[in-house]
Design a protein. Structure first.
Length: 95
């Protein structure tokens, strides 16, 4: 049942690539926070990994979208995109 609820609020691309980690409701708005899935390592990072290993290197700046919902409240979707790097290098990669 929850899957259908999320499909009414979050676009398909977000549901496929992110996981919902927090929901907050105030009198005037909903705030949904989603994080990029851990297994979505960028292809460019994989191509530069020569055995050193790819590690999570924090998150990019949070991107905030205004979504739609079935109430009269604003709905904000906060996207947290992961940042990856090849161990021992300074170059980082994102989706």
């Amino acid at each position: 049942m929850e899957k259908y609820g999320l499909s009414m609020i979050l676009p398909k691309e977000i549901r496929e690539n992110f996981v919902l980690v927090d929901v907050k409701e105030t009198e005037t708005e909903w705030i949904l926070t989603v994080e990029e899935k851990k297994d979505l390592i960028p292809e460019a990072a994989k191509q530069r990994d020569f055995g050193q290993g790819i590690v999570l290197n924090g998150y990019r700046d949070t991107l905030e979208l205004i979504g739609s919902n079935l109430t009269n409240k604003l709905c904000y979707i906060r996207l947290k995109r992961r940042r990856w790097k090849v161990r021992g290098t300074a170059e980082f990669f994102t989706q």
